[in-house]
Ligand binder design. Structure first.
Ligand code: SAH
Length: 257
């Protein structure tokens, strides 16, 4: 297998967590995009219960907490990320209504029908877009919202190189209209869909990534696994430079009825 064929699951988890844990966010996104998506959510109050699934270290969770009322539970597989998440919440004085817990997004620790909003940026791909939307629906109240970002194709067809890259890394990747149909099929009214601007990748994801790669290389000089991992990150950025017109992250907001 060449380095470029390796997916994130082929690397050591300690290395993945060390690298991504040093970034403010672990996927493409921005405070502006988070706030824009929140603008479509109606009716939140101090009593609202919100879950942010696959929250990482909580970059987007803290933005949410500063914009909307209610209690937010961040759920994340990595205990290390949850440690950083809870320290971030405390540093911002949000610890009374923002709490990070470890767990898996396909085994939610919430009561059925208890949530007003389920949020998930750049993480639903871990369990699949349709599977996640379907599983999560029963945890929402009637009239509750789901808001997720996922990597999607912008066009019906695309060059073979980028098609092959994404098919290896995320076989479930689909087009925007197909995903909107999935939102509806999973039992939600598709309320809004918008693509994230390129800066969410270039400025907010790849640029901090470059600095984190340098830190990793200087911390582990001559370590082949680290070099391979860094090369895979750099290849991802080169793919985006070349083919960013054909794919990107998209916000999907749906309302349970
Ligand atoms: N939402 C954050 C992190 C996105 S990266 C952001 O936008 O910055 C995806 C996150 O999902 C990682 O932190 C990863 O550890 C987490 N994850 C992967 N599988 C998961 C699962 N089954 N349950 C919960 N979290 C998971």
């Amino acid at each position: 297998m060449s380095d470029h064929d390796k997916t994130i699951y082929d690397f050591d988890t300690d290395l993945i967590y060390e690298y991504f844990g040093s970034l403010e966010r672990q996927g493409p996104g921005s405070p502006e995009a988070t706030r824009k998506a929140l603008g479509f959510i109606e009716g939140l109050t101090e009593r609202s219960r919100i879950a942010d699934l696959g929250c990482g270290t909580g970059g987007q969770t803290m933005v949410m907490a500063q914009c909307v009322p209610g209690h937010i539970t961040g759920l994340e597989l990595s205990g290390e990320f949850i440690g950083i998440f809870n320290r971030n919440a405390a540093r911002l004085g949000l610890q009374d209504r923002v709490e990070g817990v470890t767990g898996s997004m396909d085994d939610l620790p919430f009561e059925k029908g208890s949530l007003d909003l389920i949020w998930s940026e750049g993480a639903i791909y871990n369990i699949g877009f349709e599977r996640g939307l379907t599983l999560w629906r029963e945890y929402l109240k009637l009239g509750g919202y789901v808001a997720v970002t996922d990597a999607c194709w912008f066009t019906a067809e695309r060059p073979a190189e980028i098609h092959g890259y994404w098919t290896r890394h995320y076989p479930g990747i689909d087009t925007i209209p197909a995903n909107v149909a999935t939102v509806q099929r999973a039992g939600y009214v598709p309320v809004a869909t918008f693509t994230l601007p390129a800066g969410c990748w270039t400025d907010n994801y790849f640029a901090p990534g470059r600095a984190a790669q340098e830190r990793l290389l200087s911390r582990y000089p001559g370590n082949a696994a680290v070099e391979e991992f860094v090369e895979a990150q750099r290849y991802e950025a080169r793919m985006y430079d070349k083919y960013g017109a054909f794919y990107g992250y998209v916000f999907y907001i749906g309302k349970k009825i």
